[in-house]
Design a protein around this ligand. Structure first.
Ligand SMILES: N[C@@H](CCC(=O)N[C@@H](CS)C(=O)NCC(=O)O)C(=O)O
Length: 210
């Protein structure tokens, strides 16, 4: 299988981590979905990465759909707890982390517009989602090593991806000082092989009026 990614993307990173955790054979294809020559337009009507390509099947897109697909293909190691209540909690952590990342992307794009077109009210609105979302993650985690029981799940995959994306694209938020429990958690997990191999890095993006 082949995965179309962008190197800064926390959404692509979730899938990249899960492919490694589950030990799938795959190839990564690096794209810049914001650029004119993006590969996404051939495979995803929404023009977004990540996209999973496989011979003789339709392309899969959206990190949550792809991760669920990978979980169905190979159950071990599980990314979603079997217990129904824990499963929903893991999904909620994932949705919150993803939502924080969506807000960071929107702020990043707003800053790419010229100053006279930029809406400070819009930026403030997105910032609130980031601060509230991270507070939710911190409150839920408390001082545990894992969000749910003693297992590494999608909650860790999405939270570490989110925190390191904040470092890359929203460094003015010192989440480590505000939420020391998240910093401890990050220190525990950050060097795990699947995270270490997928550290986010910036890409050069064309002006958006392409
Ligand atoms: N909900 C999607 C979000 C994916 C997403 O927003 N990808 C961004 C990169 S971080 C993208 O490709 N954006 C291009 C665009 O919106 O045109 C997922 O979880 O896969």
């Amino acid at each position: 299988m082949k995965l179309i990614i962008a190197t800064p993307s926390p959404f692509a990173r979730k899938v990249r981590v899960v492919l490694r955790e589950k030990n799938f054979a795959f190839e990564e294809i690096i794209d810049v979905p914001w650029n004119k020559d993006t590969l996404t337009k051939d495979f995803n009507p929404l023009g977004k990465i990540p996209i999973l390509l496989q011979e003789d099947s339709e392309p899969l897109y959206d990190s949550t759909v792809i991760v669920q697909y990978l979980e169905n293909l190979k159950q071990c190691p599980r990314m979603f707890p079997l217990d129904a209540k824990d499963h929903i909690q893991a999904r909620l952590i994932e949705a919150t982390s993803d939502g924080v990342c969506d807000a960071v992307v929107l702020i990043y794009l707003e800053h790419s517009r010229s100053e006279n077109l930029r809406s400070h009210a819009w930026i403030k609105r997105q910032e609130k989602k980031i601060y509230k979302g991270i507070e939710y993650l911190s409150d839920n985690l408390r001082n545990k090593k894992y969000f749910l029981g003693s297992d590494f799940t999608i909650a860790e995959v999405s939270t570490i991806s989110c925190l390191e994306y904040l470092d890359l694209r929203f460094p003015k938020f010192d989440w480590r000082t505000k939420h020391p429990n998240l910093e401890n958690y990050w220190k525990i997990h950050k060097d795990r092989k699947s995270f270490f191999e997928t550290k986010p890095s910036a890409q050069i993006i064309e002006p958006l009026d392409n």
